[in-house]
Design a protein around this ligand. Sequence first.
Ligand code: WTA
Length: 640
Amino acid sequence: MSDDSYEISLGNFDTETRGRSNLDQVLFWDEQAKKLSWFKQWTKTLEWNSPFAKWFIGGEINASYNTLDVHQNNIAKKPAILWEGEDGTRRTITYADLYTDVCKFANALKSLGVRKGDRVTIYLPMVPELPITMLACARIGAIHTVVFSGFSAASLRDRIDDSKSKVIVTADVGYRRGSSMDLKGIIDESISGLNFVEHVVVLKRAEGNLQLGPKDSLWHELMKGSSDKCEPEHLESNHPLFILYTSGTTGKPKGVLHGTGGYLTHLNSTFQWAFDIKDSDIFFCTADIGWVTGHSYVVYGPLLHGATEIMYEGVPDYPDTSRIWDIIDRYGVTIFYTTPTALRMFMKFGDAIPNSFKLSSLRLLGTVGEPINPEVWIWYFKTIGKSKCPIVDTWWQTETGGMMLSPLPGLETIPLKPGSATRSIPGVDIAVVDEEGNEVGSNIKGYLVIRKPWPGMLLTLWGDDEKYKNVYWSKFQDNYYPGDYAIKDSDGYFWLLGRADDILKVAGHRIGTAELENSLVSHGDVVEAAVCGIPDEIKGEVIVAFVILKQDAKNDTDSLRTELIETVRNGIGPIATPQQIYFVTKLPKTRSGKIMRRVLKAIASNEKIGDVSTLEDGTAVKDVQDAFTELQSAVRKNKS
Ligand code: WTA
């Protein structure tokens, strides 16, 4: 099949937009920002005090006003969220309902002493109260920091402590794969001794009595006494909207801080361009709101556009593997946005399952979070999209706020190539460069960089401007470094080739190797640990750990393995569980002490060491080969 077969037009030919973005990038974003409702016009579009960008300076805006108030006169009765619980329970929340609940909860937060600029940690499962809490924070200018409810108490504690959240919002339980998770218990454990936490709001879901402590109040009690009138704060465009913690290359997660006006502008535009959103659409993004995809394309993007969306609490293969296709048919989903990991899993279940559903309402498909293999892309296109839906493969990051590379069927039609995120969105400047920062020729592998500030760009890392400069702006002069390898082909299409740094992508989740290694070393029997990712058919990558034990460590390696897995699950969360653990006596390192992950990776995946011509700083070819051979025999011994 030729590439041209993947050209699907939705009838949008707005060549103007891309043309204008090429003329003047700043003016272009100025025009895009005007599509939102501002209380006060900005005086300056961009202040670029490298590497800190401020967009729409002096402009005043509110994210909850733009997602709720603006819809009250025309689409108040339209469903905003069609929620489905794992057990099949359903709730419909209209734009009027959402508006009322957000105002009431905003007043509840105020009654607990939350003021503009205060942080509120949200540890909730995928229930409508999660976006309600986020928007209530946005309404009063509090900064929300959502923590994925699959993180452990220790991870949660780090995040609460770093953000110094005054108030926590949680639920008694979350449901997953038919069983319930004790979220309140995790909160209690994580805040013990953190005196700055003043209140915990608990959404009660399960039957029976809930033991409440002195800091606890119940969601529904607070809502009962709360007024449904709450004026939105007029916030300067660069007032922080949220902190979202994400794994970095150091041991500690980074608090990515996003502003308001720039972030909303980026989302408003990309949501329209990529998803071609129409009033009649039913949008379904499967991401958990605990990750950035959920923030940007479950909460802010769709609600800015007054869209109707599905929100599903639960896993895609419960109670059986047809759950997602069943949801699509029952609700008439028109736009479906998911991850390559989910697609690889669906593909493995076999075509008979999706083929037993109509899936005829679908008109546009999307993927995000990791590179998508061309064969999975083609399967998605044919089996799910019935060869009539364009696929938007969207590349972006927690730090970019919104999509940066993606086909944009809401704007223009281009031939799609399975496995390529195609081109940049209008108004951003992306290139592939070599180690020195020079742009490479077509089809040559290099580092992806972003050469100009963009509106969805993070403001900084929470409380750590220096780290922000070091992590993103020190590798290449005046260019943002996302940490990805890529090539640009001769048609100008980008192909993402995975992470170039010490970050793993397991089932699309970002996990830092340093964080994992710290966690393993926290076990009393471990001297040193090194982890790497190896390719996995479904999850893209899985974690393999190499561990050096203390001399007096216990001999029973089986029980040690179990303990180490427990240590990681308790320290980070189940998403970080290593799949294999090898006990070794030495780790391959460069002369400057950096772990040679390439060697680890080759051994763990049973491959040859490969090209050693571009060696890690100053390490001789022989050193790498020796390390490889030595470790290989140690691993063999482990296996036998
Ligand atoms: C990877 C998720 C290939 C990439 C929105 C990036 C992708 C990291 C794609 C950010 C894609 C995201 N193709 N790789 N379409 N989308 N990535 O912060 O390595 O969880 O740097 O944001 O995911 O992960 P994050």
